[in-house]
Design a protein around this ligand. Structure first.
Ligand code: AMP
Length: 547
């Protein structure tokens, strides 16, 4: 740019890029080169995104003043909520917040998730514990690196304060539900702790123990009886309102892939507690807030804050088709934040303060209206993602690569994989990936090939998992936020029946391709399930190399 700050020069000269273009610069900075190869400011940390590139997590540059931008967005949430709900300052929030392990690059730059960075920042730890910032979880418990111990203690503190809790939540709905299912498994222990005033010996993290013990302070058999009576009821329908009777809403991201968790949350809240999505953000930049927080999750729109980054949009006029990673996006095609049109779909592009220039975030948004002159967007989907339970995001290509590797095991046993498809099953907690496989003995293998016993199919499950990317493997083996992968074998002809179904629903026979992912709860899933003959689960954790 030769020092120019002219917007039209920026638009005509700066290319639109994906991570692969930025990655070599990030790698050089990580190895010790100066930040100025990318950015005018010092890059102080690299934020580990849940997006991956060639199997590795993407690292986003961040500068020290970025924390103030994030704080700014957070600071808007409670004033917005208080416009709609009274009395939020009269109690505490039980928010289940977790940190993840961090590492240092060769040059000593911390590599961590954006939320870990925030919870460890002085801005979070020295926040004024005013009424809006008052959480039941002590900071030491949030900062506990063992997420199981952290979850146990956060639930314990939340139960101790049950009458005082006015807000429940987590960042993503998946984490909130995982905590509820953890509670289902561990409430006996939690009740014992409340009854005796002593914390379970499985909590070994010293800081976490001390902080929780001071919460417990003394035996409370009366509270223990109350919690026991609620938790031992046969159905957990509506349990959240019974455990936390003064709660006014549940906050979590419930848009995008998280929408699959709305029915479970409605079950636990019996549809009586509003489900609120407050913000839209990423490791690259924070984006915007929901100004109508009490609307239904399916109607949520986010108003982008123009001071978070410089926003541009790639119009998606040809049936939502997005340019592939290597495919150039014409820079002249991009439209600015003030020029987007209601009803149209766009891919989000950001220029951040920390060294991303015209960077394609990969999210598809639709304009739903304006707040004053600021456009509001519905989150439609993330580019290419077909399977996602928690932070994992698996695209069709990754799934295909993993299945291709696993099917070699079948081939060695005289069988071939004729067809496959997949879906994310969130009826289990944590949710897990399910693959439907139609398998046939190879004609040359004589008497129907060697028998396919459970062990073979279980090793196929492991092989698929071990070929999925590192975020998936971390969620499975470390965070335990994704359950073991399942292969369901279907009878011969099941995929022909699937094709008949989809063509009868208006698909073209000529252009028919087996969908590599099907909708949970849809007719396709019902059909394949009715033809399933056996099911196998991954018997062990995938190796979590490179995490
Ligand atoms: P990460 O890269 O791990 O920081 O994840 C950021 C991505 O998560 C975004 O680009 C979106 O795809 C998704 N995301 C974040 N907030 C929301 C939201 N409120 N609704 C839907 N998706 C979201």
């Amino acid at each position: 740019m030769n020092g120019s700050v002219d917007i039209s020069a920026f638009k005509s000269q700066v290319p639109v890029v994906t991570y692969d273009v930025v990655q070599p610069y990030i790698a050089r900075i990580a190895a010790g080169e100066r930040s100025s190869i990318l950015c005018g400011e010092q890059i102080v940390e690299l934020l580990r995104s849940s997006g991956t590139s060639q199997g590795e997590p993407r690292l986003m540059p961040s500068i020290s003043e970025d924390i103030y931008r994030r704080m700014y967005l957070y600071s808007l949430i409670m004033p917005i909520m208080s416009k709609y709900i009274r009395g939020l300052g009269e109690g505490k929030a039980m928010y289940l917040l977790f940190v993840k392990a961090e590492t240092l690059t060769n040059a000593g730059i911390p590599v961590r998730s954006v939320l870990t960075s925030y919870y460890k920042s002085p801005q979070f730890l020295q926040r004024k514990h005013d009424l809006y910032n008052s959480y039941t979880s002590p900071d030491e418990v949030i900062l506990c690196p063992d997420s199981q111990q952290s979850m146990y203690c956060q639930l314990l503190c939340g139960l101790v304060e049950r009458q005082n809790v006015v807000r429940l939540g987590a960042v993503f709905a998946s984490a909130f539900l995982r905590s509820i299912s953890f509670l289902e498994k561990h409430w006996h222990d939690l009740v014992t702790d409340i009854r005796t005033g002593r914390i379970n010996p499985s909590i070994t993290n010293a800081a976490c123990r001390v902080a929780t013990e001071s919460f417990l302070a003394q035996p409370n058999p009366e509270l223990a009886d109350e919690v026991e009576a609620i938790c031992s009821s046969e159905s957990w329908k509506g349990v959240l309102g019974r455990l936390w009777p003064n709660v006014k809403y549940i906050e979590a991201v419930l848009t995008g892939t998280m929408a699959q968790y709305v029915p479970m949350l409605e079950f636990y809240s019996d549809g009586r507690i509003p489900l609120v999505c407050t913000m839209y953000a990423s490791s690259e930049s924070y984006f915007g807030v929901n100004l109508r927080p009490l609307c239904s999750p399916k109607d949520v729109s986010y108003t982008i804050l123009p001071n978070m980054a410089y926003f541009e949009f790639v119009p998606l006029d040809d049936g939502l088709r997005l340019a592939e990673d290597g495919e150039a996006v014409e820079k002249e095609k991009l439209v600015g934040l003030v020029d987007v049109k209601v009803g149209c779909y766009y891919e989000l592009v950001v220029t951040t303060f920390a060294g991303l220039y015209r960077y394609r975030v990969g999210d598809v948004l639709q304009v739903t209206g304006f707040y004053n002159r600021a456009p509001q967007f519905k989150f439609i989907c993330r580019r290419n993602v077909i399977l996602s339970v928690d932070a994992d995001k698996t695209n069709e290509e990754d799934l295909h690569g993993s299945v291709s590797r696993a099917k070699k095991i079948l081939e060695d046993r005289g069988h071939i994989l004729l067809e496959y498809t997949s879906f994310t099953d969130t009826s289990t907690v944590p949710g897990h990936y399910v693959l439907f496989w139609e398998v046939k003995a190879t004609p040359t293998s004589g008497s129907g090939g060697a028998r396919l016993d459970a062990q073979v199919l279980e090793s196929c499950c492991v092989a698929v998992e071990e070929s999925l990317d590192c975020v998936y493997r971390r969620c499975r083996a470390h965070d335990r936020s994704v359950g073991p992968l399942e292969i369901r074998l279907v009878e011969a002809g099941a995929f022909d029946a699937l094709m008949d179904l989809l063509v009868s629903q208006g698909g073209s026979i000529n252009q028919y391709k087996t969908p590599r992912c099907i909708e949970p709860g849809g007719a396709a899933l019902e059909l394949l399930d009715s033809k399933a003959t056996a099911s196998f689960f991954s018997p062990r954790d995938p190796e979590a190399t490179g995490v």
